[in-house]
Design a protein around this ligand. Structure first.
Ligand code: PLP
Length: 406
């Protein structure tokens, strides 16, 4: 048998893992599954703005066109637009050399860790996390160390726990803000506390801010790099979520902070970027176009908007189920409810979501898939239409009325 590498055996990605495989099998047998598992707006009737499509079409041909390789960090015009966007949001001292465009933020998350870590180096990652972060640290031979986020404090990171997990091997702190899976949007006080810890222990800051413009009810997103100032910080963003364009694969990374300190690391990143030649050039044109207007998300997250309504209704419906409680998300596309494990005898949350899938044909993701330490949470996306979301939650209510895990 052809064996996969040892390194890869450490890597898990539950969002597209065994439960999804089971759902595909059921679909092959003709069963219809309600999929509440992936934050993929396009499949729920949210379309990218036509200007992104025309930017790709208009720039296909010609010597600078998307038919050709580009500079490995990305086309100049898109990098200029990215610099302007982040500068306007308070990140200072950046220019186009500090920007790397990738095939989604995903590729850059992995590259940034490959460029940073030596075997055994530790990276502080939130629990719960978007599991690509843990997987990418493992793949880079690093050791993920999870710090807890505090459910009773709007899922803000627990700074005491974070501080207690810093060791002589720690190289970086990751934050995901707004957060996937919790929907938490971090307070200025928390962010300042994280910057202070990073400064004190000389740690690189890695800020995944891909949901920065998906905010509900007046929540305010503060870019970590704007608070970090001269301290080295990498900010990840892209058009997948805020511009409803997951499939185009357009994301970017901005390095900010003291230029001298970042120089050597940046050369490493440039080497990795050159090895894959460049990212999809058509999507780079879409990134530029996306940054020229203020995203349709504004209209969807407005109190009368579709996403706002779905998110509120789903949150209310979940909280009305006996044995479920859910913190109201302030941003992003998800809810991360807590389930009473004693009441339902749940000790294995993957089994719980599998049982729910088989019986009620609804696909959700277990909390431990996001590196949450207890089997007492799950994640749903709030992208489906209100009627579908409420149908799925009713099926959950009915499922739980008789469920007891054996
Ligand atoms: N970061 C977070 C927190 C995400 O939730 C996702 C996708 O769900 C990504 C990054 C990946 O983004 P991209 O589509 O740009 O690769």
């Amino acid at each position: 048998m052809l064996e996969q590498s040892e390194r890869l055996r450490q890597v898990k990605y539950a969002i597209r893992g065994p439960v999804l495989e089971a759902a595909y099998e059921m679909e092959k047998r003709g069963e219809k599954i309600l999929k509440l598992n992936i934050g993929n707006p396009g499949v729920f009737g949210f379309d990218a703005d036509p200007s992104l499509l025309s930017a790709m079409q208009e720039n296909l041909l010609g010597s600078d066109g998307a038919q050709s390789y580009s500079h490995s960090q990305g086309i100049t015009s898109a990098r200029e637009a990215i610099v302007s966007y982040h500068t306007e949001r308070g990140v200072s001292g950046i220019d186009i050399d500090d920007v790397f465009i990738g095939n989604g933020a995903s590729e850059l998350i992995s590259m940034s860790l490959q460029a940073l870590l030596n075997p055994g180096d530790e990276v502080l990652i939130p629990a719960p996390d978007y599991p690509l972060w843990t997987a990418s640290v493992n793949l880079a031979d690093g050791t993920p160390i999870h710090y807890l986020c505090n459910e009773s404090d709007g899922w803000n990171p627990d700074l005491t726990d974070m501080a207690s997990k810093i060791s002589s091997k720690t190289r970086a702190i990751v934050i995901i803000n707004p957060n996937n899976p919790t929907g938490g949007v971090y307070s200025e006080e928390t962010l300042k506390g994280i910057v202070a810890l990073a400064k004190k222990h000389n740690l690189l800051l890695l800020a995944d801010e891909i949901y920065d413009r998906i905010l509900f009810d007046g929540a305010r997103h503060i870019p970590l790099a704007a608070l970090a100032g001269d301290h080295p910080c990498l900010t990840f963003n892209g058009i997948s979520k805020t511009h409803l364009a997951c499939g185009f694969r357009g994301g970017w990374l901005v390095l900010s902070g003291n230029t001298d300190e970042l120089q050597n690391y940046k050369q490493g990143l440039a080497t990795l970027a050159s090895m894959r030649l460049c990212s999809n050039v058509a999507a780079q044109y879409a990134c530029k176009a996306a940054l020229e207007f203020d995203t349709q998300m504004k209209e969807f997250v407005h109190p009368e908007g579709r996403l706002h309504r779905q998110h509120t209704k789903a949150w209310e419906a979940l909280n009305s189920i006996d044995g479920i409680s859910c913190v109201k998300a302030e941003g992003a596309l998800y809810l991360f409810p807590k389930i009473d494990t004693e009441k339902f005898g749940i000790h294995d949350d993957e089994q719980f979501v599998l049982d729910f899938l088989r019986e009620k044909k609804v696909l959700i993701v277990n909390g431990t898939g996001f590196n949450w330490p207890q089997p007492d949470h799950f994640r749903i996306v709030v992208l489906p239409k209100e009627s579908e979301l409420l149908d799925a939650i009713e099926r959950l209510r009915s499922f739980l009325s008789t469920y007891r895990q054996v």
